[in-house]
Design a protein around this ligand. Sequence first.
Ligand code: IPE
Ligand code: IPE
Ligand code: MG
Length: 254
Amino acid sequence: MFSSKKDVSQEQALDMSRIPAHIAIIMDGNGRWAQKRHLPRVAGHKQGMQTVKTVTMAASDLGVKVLSLYAFSTENWKRPSSEVNYLMQLPIRFFSTFVPDLVKHNVRVMVMGDTTRLPEATQKAVNDAIKDTADCDGMVLNFALNYGSRDEITRAVKQIASEVQDGQLDPANITEQTISDHLMSAPLGELADPDLLIRTSGEERISNFMLWQIGYSELEFVDEHWPDFDGDSLKRAIIDFQGRHRRFGGLVNQ
Ligand code: IPE
Ligand code: IPE
Ligand code: MG
């Protein structure tokens, strides 16, 4: 018999000694989740916020070191202003209720993206959360907010070019590490590159997320819409990841 979605027997297959250090998630399908229920799209975003809490705790409990969540892309400004406005309020609601839990679980908040374009109250909520969790040294909860990887790479190129122009950097010394060091994920250091990238809602594309960093990530596309995703879904994705053979271009299973 095929195992059901919630079959716990799969949990036993989870190898706690090989949990991916950095998991990145493209949280997609909020709108469709709502539409299926004849609800406005924003109801999906509201429910999706609950999923962020659930999945953050699940990831932290599993010993994940970095959880990167794509919350708002540089392209999402194209949406109707009512939806954009709602999405801009979500971090305020999220952090106002969730920061104490984050601190309790030793989770540190970090953000990638140009937050200066966000409404002031949203910027404040984000900056306060970063400050309030600054001493936490457990999992990093890394939100991509007004983030786009092409924007990130463009900024990095500009920065590197100006360092060359100023004579601080010799073009001959530009390495892959130089590029990584100028991306928004640079504060993550060695953990900047996701081991596992998950996208929900059945779409199989990257939508401008961490293009440089996912060069050797394992990709997992799941059919569930983000509001339906939960701790068990995360475990299933990790079990699948653990069955992969990462070769990084070589021949051995590393
Ligand atoms: C993901 O859900 C959330 C954001 C992109 C902000 P969507 O809003 O993209 O939901 P669908 O893809 O339209 O169903
Ligand atoms: C990607 O989802 C962005 C986020 C999850 C924040 P989209 O729904 O915006 O991506 P496309 O438009 O389907 O590629
Ligand atoms: Mg979408």
